[in-house]
Unconditional design. Structure first.
Length: 398
């Protein structure tokens, strides 16, 4: 059976800018779906996306086998609707005909190599998602939400010590009204921006700016906390044991200030994490840290772990930093961990250590003692001040 569902990416040049395959598919379609702007660009009428869009998907479900065409922007497989529809209907039923994406268009105008550029989207999302990508020399191309987004970017970037960064905004690319404005973040005052815009940022730090690497092991001082924080050196070892991999999910049990799950999210692209914490006063701390460090997508769950993790998506990795001695928590996490998943637990008390020794006896894995000392002033000299020793248990699920 040939593909019955065709997804066509269009640019601001509309129907005239399409190839013959795309034009034929539109002309022969029995059902057209897309946004109002898309129909205006191709001069056709059809089914405008409902809100929520799931309602339109249900209508498409009923049309399986008929000639259905979806109109989308640019490349539908790059932060577009294409991936969602392929997942829903299967690759055998779907054909995609892309046109140059906003990323490709901006890269060609900036003369940037796409392979050396971070391509992001904040469309309908928090603007703070760009924060973890603010690194010296980084080049960013970002799909925005509206005309206010570039101004907010300039504010965020300047506040974080990257005011020298160059922001370039392209509006209505491919149309007769295409425009380009450029300025440093600290001097940004371009308010006359089209609602349809894409932003390019060349990240340049101000003198003295403290750089926050995406490699795990951020300084303790960048986190708000009430004393419940996995210290920097132990945190780096712990993240190494958790082995963050793209598109994977972490359960952080007894999250404290959220340092482990936040660094998990920062380490790779398209990560997911659930921070489970029963101290209500720490919830705002976790959310503040997540926003400040560029991972507002962190899911924060309040309550006792054994109750609240029931029903969460199965994890690829679990970190237990609190509640180790609570009956059943480790066992439930192990039971729900995906095959090939990693379970890591840290303990600083004798009782917690004994619990980890028992789990090591049952599951195998690795048991490690982490002893860290930091040099601290002692009068005119320095002295080694030891941190609390940490017992770490790690197990890989077959």
């Amino acid at each position: 059976m040939t593909s019955w569902l065709t997804i066509i990416g269009i640019g601001q040049d509309g129907f005239l800018g399409l190839g013959s395959d795309a034009k034929d598919a539109i002309n022969e379609a029995k059902h057209l779906f897309g946004g109002k702007r898309h129909f205006e660009l191709v001069g056709k009428k059809g089914n405008v996306w409902e809100s929520p869009i799931e309602q339109s998907f249900k209508e498409i479900d009923k049309l399986k086998g008929e000639r259905v065409v979806i109109l989308a922007s640019g490349d539908p497989m790059w932060f577009g609707i294409g991936a969602s529809l392929c997942k829903r209907y299967g690759t055998k039923d779907v054909k995609v005909i892309p046109t140059p994406s906003a990323f490709s268009l901006v890269a060609s105008k900036m003369l940037w190599s796409l392979s050396d550029t971070e391509c992001l989207t904040v469309h309908g999302l928090e603007n703070e998602r760009i924060i973890s990508f603010l690194l010296p020399g980084n080049k960013l191309i970002i799909l925005t939400t509206d005309e206010k987004t570039p101004q907010r970017f300039a504010e965020i970037i300047s506040e974080l010590g990257f005011g020298e960064s160059i922001i370039t905004v392209f509006s209505d690319m491919g149309s007769a009204s295409e425009s380009r404005v450029e300025s440093s973040a600290s001097k940004w005052n371009n308010l006359n921006i089209s609602n349809l815009n894409t932003v390019a940022i060349e990240c340049l730090p101000d003198k003295g700016t403290v750089i926050k690497s995406r490699t795990p092991g951020l300084p303790d001082a960048v986190f708000q906390h009430d004393g419940q924080i996995t210290k920097r050196e132990v945190r780096a070892i712990t993240l190494s044991a958790l082995c963050p991999l793209p598109n994977q999910t972490l359960w952080d049990i007894g999250a404290g200030c959220g340092s482990i799950c936040i660094e998990w999210l920062r380490s790779q692209s398209n990560m997911r994490a659930y921070a489970v914490e029963r101290n209500i006063d720490r919830l705002s701390i976790i959310n503040s840290n997540a926003l400040a460090l560029g991972v507002p997508e962190l899911n924060v769950v309040f309550g006792d772990a054994l109750k609240e993790i029931i029903g969460l998506p199965s994890p690829d990795a679990v970190f237990i930093g609190g509640g180790i001695t609570s009956g059943g928590v480790i066992e439930y996490c192990w039971q729900n961990l995906k095959p090939g998943g990693r379970l890591v637990a840290n303990a600083v008390t004798i009782e917690g250590e004994q619990r980890l020794i028992d789990m090591h006896d049952k599951l195998g894995g690795e048991l490690v003692k982490i002893d860290i000392s930091r040099a601290e002033p002692l009068g005119q000299f320095r002295n080694w001040e030891p941190l609390k020793p940490v017992t770490q248990f790690k197990a890989l699920k077959p």
